[in-house]
Write a new protein. Structure first.
Ligand SMILES: *Cc1c(COP(=O)(O)O)cnc(C)c1O
Length: 376
C-alpha cells in the first residue's frame, strides 16, 4: 500500500467512495517506461485517466498524448500540451471533431477504413495518418481488437489510398489488448506490422512510424511480468526486422502510467448470507459496476482488496455494488476471499484503481454520486 495515500486517508478521512491518486507514481511509471524503451515516444492514452493534474504532470515530463475525442484533445491543450504532441488515435471520429482538431494544430490521426480516410482528407488535408491493423489479443484480460483494425491486405491498399488523397501515410499501429500479460503478443504484432512496413516501403510509400499501442499491464490481484520483458519483446523484434535503420517508434500506455497510482476507498454497506448459515457470504460495497468499476465486467480485471481485518481468518465471498441492478456484481466466480470479521461500516481499499475507473462512473444511477477524486 502506497504510504502517501495511506497517510492521506488517515489524516483526511474523506467520504467514500473516493479515489486517492499519487501523482509521483505517474512520474515513476513514466520514467520506467522511458528507460525501458528509450527509442519510443510515449503518447499517454488519455482515456485511462484524463484528470487535469495527471495531464499537467505528464506535460511537465515531456509526454505526448493519445486522445480519443475532441474533448480529450482540448483537455490536453488546456493542460499545456503542444498540438504537435497530440495524436487523435480513435479510428472513429466525427467530421466536425477532425476539423476542430486540425484547426487546433493536431496533425496526426488514426484510421482503419476507406470511409474514415475520406473524412480525414476532407477535414484534415495533408495530415499525417496511420493505419491500425488487426492483431491477436490473446493474453489480454481486457481485449479490444474486434472493434478496430483492419487486415494486412486492406491496410496496404488503404495506405496507398491515403497518399493518393494527399494525406501523409505516416505509420502503422496496433493494440495487443489491454492488461496484456504475455510479451509474446508484442513480438507477433510487431513482426506483423514490420512486414507490412517493409512491403509498403518497397512499393514506394514513405511510411516512417510503428505505433505499438498500449496494453502494458498493472499488477492487480496477480503478478504480471515486469515492463522490461515487454520492452525487450518489442525491441528484439524491431531490430530483427530493421537492423540499424529503425522506424520512429510510438507507444500509447494508459494503464501502465496511472493504474497503480490510485486507490479507491469504499465502505462496506452490508455483509449478509440471505439464507442458511452455509450460503455464500455477500459483501456489498458503496461502489460497484456503475460507480466506475466497469472493468469488473466478466470479472476481467481483478482488483486486490485490503481490509482492516487482513491477517485474520478468511472465507469465500461474492462482492457487489450498492445499486438495485442485477448486473452490479463485481466478483462471484473469481474466488475472492475476505476476512470473516468484515462487517458493515468497515472501510476497504481497492488497490491499483487509478486507471479506467473515474470516467466510467454513471451520472448518478440510483442517486449514488460518482466517487470524489483527490490528486496528491
Ligand atoms: C485504450 C487505448 C490505449 C491504452 O491502452 P492501455 O492498455 O491502457 O495501455 C492505447 N491506444 C489506444 C488506441 C487505445 O484505445
Amino acid at each position: 500500500m502506497n504510504t502517501k495515500i495511506a497517510q492521506f486517508l488517515v489524516d483526511r478521512q474523506p467520504e467514500t467512495p473516493c479515489l486517492v491518486f499519487d501523482l509521483d507514481r505517474v512520474t515513476e511509471n513514466f520514467r520506467s517506461l522511458r528507460k525501458a524503451l528509450p527509442l519510443a515516444r510515449i503518447y499517454y492514452a488519455v482515456k485511462a485517466n484524463p484528470a487535469a493534474p495527471v495531464l499537467n504532470r505528464l506535460v511537465d515530463l515531456g509526454s505526448a498524448f493519445d486522445a480519443a475525442s475532441i474533448e480529450e484533445v482540448e483537455a490536453c491543450l488546456a493542460a499545456g500540451a503542444r498540438p504537435a504532441d497530440i495524436s487523435f488515435g480513435n479510428t472513429i471520429k466525427k467530421a466536425r471533431a477532425i476539423a476542430r482538431a486540425h484547426a487546433a494544430g493536431v496533425s496526426m490521426f488514426a484510421f482503419d477504413s476507406a470511409e474514415e480516410l475520406t473524412k480525414l482528407a476532407a477535414h484534415a488535408p495533408g495530415a499525417r495518418v496511420y493505419c491500425r491493423i488487426l492483431v491477436e489479443n490473446t493474453g489480454a484480460d481486457w481485449p479490444l481488437s474486434r472493434k478496430f483494425g483492419t487486415s494486412i491486405e486492406h491496410a496496404r491498399a488503404l495506405m496507398r489510398r491515403a497518399a493518393d488523397l494527399g494525406l501523409d501515410p505516416f505509420g502503422l499501429s496496433f493494440h495487443v489488448g489491454s492488461q496484456q500479460t504475455d510479451p509474446a503478443a508484442y513480438r507477433a504484432a510487431v513482426a506483423r506490422a514490420a512486414m507490412l512496413f517493409t512491403d509498403l516501403r518497397q512499393g514506394g510509400i514513405k511510411v516512417r512510424m510503428i505505433n505499438c499501442g498500449g496494453g502494458f499491464p498493472t499488477r492487480y490481484r496477480d503478478d504480471v511480468p515486469d515492463v522490461d520483458h515487454f520492452a525487450r519483446a518489442i525491441m528484439d523484434t524491431i531490430t530483427e526486422h530493421f537492423g540499424n535503420d529503425l522506424p520512429e517508434l510510438v507507444i500509447e500506455p494508459g494503464r501502465a502510467i496511472v493504474g497503480d497510482a490510485g486507490v479507491i476507498e469504499s465502505e462496506v454497506v452490508l455483509v449478509s448470507r440471505r439464507g442458511a448459515e452455509t450460503d455464500l457470504r455477500w459483501v456489498y460495497l458503496d461502489i460497484g459496476r456503475f460507480g466506475g468499476l466497469a472493468e469488473t465486467e466478466g470479472e476481467a480485471i481483478r482488483y486486490a482488496i485490503a481490509t482492516p481485518h487482513d491477517g485474520t481468518a478468511m472465507g469465500p465471498v461474492a462482492i457487489a455494488g450498492p445499486t438495485c441492478d442485477g448486473a452490479d456484481i463485481l466478483y462471484e466466480r473469481a474466488n475472492y476471499r475476505l476476512p470473516i470479521a468484515l462487517s458493515a461500516g468497515d472501510r476497504v481499499r481497492l488497490l491499483a484503481t487509478g486507471a479506467y475507473t473515474t470516467m466510467y462512473a454513471s451520472q448518478g444511477f440510483n442517486g449514488f454520486a460518482p466517487m470524489a477524486e483527490y490528486y496528491i
